[in-house]
Design a protein. Structure first.
Length: 144
């Protein structure tokens, strides 16, 4: 089990990911609560690694999480993962989990919108990238 984190300035996605890439738990938490939540989750799930996307505010969050882990006498450091295209992948996964209903089913996929933050899905994807289950290239983005 690994703990994956998608850091943000106000809110942060967190996910516990099984070694085969399946999701065990995910949530979006206020960024100020991430260090204590990380320590609790690592302890409760016996996580063997903590991984974090290398995007928004990752340096500050990495320092805060590592400091909390040291204070809790846990011998883990935060490993960074390239989070290129993970937001797009998170939106696609959210849409797959929340298929349109009613008349919205008639809208082309490109016109559909994501109705809530997807930071928790992005954390899950970051964990899967770390485990080698998926790659950023799997998004099918034209730039890849």
């Amino acid at each position: 089990m690994i703990l994956a984190i998608d850091p943000g300035s106000q809110k942060t996605g967190m996910a516990l990911v099984k070694d085969d890439g399946r999701l065990y738990w995910k949530a979006i938490v206020p960024s100020g609560e991430v260090p204590s939540t990380a320590v609790r989750l690592v302890r409760e799930a016996s996580a063997r690694a903590v991984v974090m996307g290398n995007g928004t505010r990752h340096r500050e969050m990495q320092e805060r999480v590592e400091s909390a882990l040291r204070a809790a006498r846990m011998a883990l450091s935060v490993e960074l993962v390239d989070e290129k295209y993970t937001t797009e992948m998170g939106k696609a996964r959210w849409m797959a989990d929340h298929p349109p209903k009613g008349l919205a089913r008639l809208l082309p996929r490109g016109l559909r919108t994501v109705e809530e933050p997807v930071d928790d899905y992005v954390a899950w994807i970051i964990g899967q990238i770390y485990l080698g289950v998926i790659r950023a290239e799997d998004v099918g983005h034209k730039k890849v």
